[in-house]
Design a protein around this ligand. Structure first.
Ligand code: NAD
Length: 305
């Protein structure tokens, strides 16, 4: 896919509501589970979106998945008049060319949860994107200030930890660093408002609030299965039926992606140097065997594609 073509496509197809918004053209880096959800949400709320991934296959799969999801959304929302799903999809350009991000107003980064990958992406974005552009890191656990340090605009790098599936979750865990300016925090509020979302503001430490806690719970739930205390099904039933959770920890792990859980635990272990974050053997084995959860069709549970 060509960058110039991709940008031209998004310009040609901007929706009628776009002109009133301060941040119109949005860059989305990474077309995996989260990039797909962020791009769909942005396009649905009237933004022009440029999705960049290094893998052509990921971009193709992302387009198919967003198309399917938009069609379902139209069916479920049968009561209210809605924009045609193809008009929404037309607002998204998919490309492997980072240069397509040269004129974005705001950027959300959703690449693989690996420091070795993200530390290369931020300086590259810093060179390509306009100086005023805010970078929102949708990382699970990497400290935002560490990412900010790789750029010449540390005041404009903020954490924006979206929940999965993005279009269905109203709240976002926003992570502010000591370096963030008030202008950046205002920009974040306005941008999330445009996405019809609200922020819960927390301070910058690896894993923030959600994953510093959730990853321990999921890892321990996997340990319970490993120790044959109960089946995956019964572990989740205890949380859903007895504790009243909407979803059990293992179904949650399958939704997030077991590969991402493993990488996130590795980041937390490295960051805190505490053995409580060492991933269970069973988790490593499942990831090694390609059982990644929903994204591969099988994790602790089975999913039809
Ligand atoms: P994923 O593995 O599904 O997708 C990651 C994508 O990044 C892949 O398509 C990959 O090709 C792409 N990528 C790798 N290197 C790249 C590069 N240099 N430039 C551009 N793209 C590149 O992962 P995901 O679940 O979408 O997670 C993405 C980020 O969001 C991670 O940091 C993760 O921790 C975080 N996150 C995940 C969840 C979740 O529920 N899965 C929730 C919140 C935050």
């Amino acid at each position: 896919m060509h960058a110039a073509r991709a940008v031209a496509d998004t310009r040609a197809s901007s929706g009628s509501g776009v002109d009133r918004m301060k941040y119109q053209k949005i860059g989305v880096v990474g077309a995996g589970v989260m990039g797909i959800g962020v791009a769909e949400n942005l396009a649905t709320t009237g933004h022009q979106v440029i999705v960049v991934d290094v893998a052509e296959e990921a971009l193709k799969a992302a387009r198919i998945q967003i198309d399917r999801s938009l069609r379902c959304a139209v069916l479920w929302n049968s009561g209210a008049p809605r924009e045609d799903h193809s008009a929404i999809l037309d607002r998204i350009a998919f490309t492997t060319e980072y240069e397509a991000l040269s004129a974005v107003d705001f950027l959300v980064e959703n690449s693989t949860e690996r420091w070795s990958i993200k530390k290369e992406i931020y300086p590259r974005l810093d060179r390509i994107c306009p100086p005023a552009c805010v970078f929102a890191a949708n990382t699970s656990a990497i400290a935002i200030s560490r990412l900010a340090d790789t750029t010449t605009r540390p005041d404009k790098v903020v954490g924006m930890h979206f929940m999965n599936p993005v279009p269905k979750k109203k709240f976002v865990e926003v992570i502010r660093t000591r370096l963030n300016s008030e202008a950046t925090l205002l920009a974040v509020k306005e941008f999330l408002g445009q996405m019809k979302k609200e922020a819960i503001l927390v301070n910058d430490m690896p894993g923030f609030v959600s994953n510093r806690v959730l990853m321990l719970m999921i890892n321990e739930a996997i340990g319970v299965v490993q120790d044959e205390v109960a089946s995956a099904h019964d572990v989740d039933r205890v949380f859903v039926q007895c504790a009243g959770h909407k979803m059990g920890p293992l179904a949650t792990a399958d939704l997030i992606g077991l590969d991402t859980i493993l990488l996130t635990l590795d980041v937390l272990h490295e960051s805190y140097g505490n053995s409580k974050y060492v991933p269970c053997d069973l988790l490593r084995q499942m990831v090694g065997a390609g059982r990644l959860g929903r994204k591969s069709g099988r994790g602790f549970f089975e999913y039809s594609k």
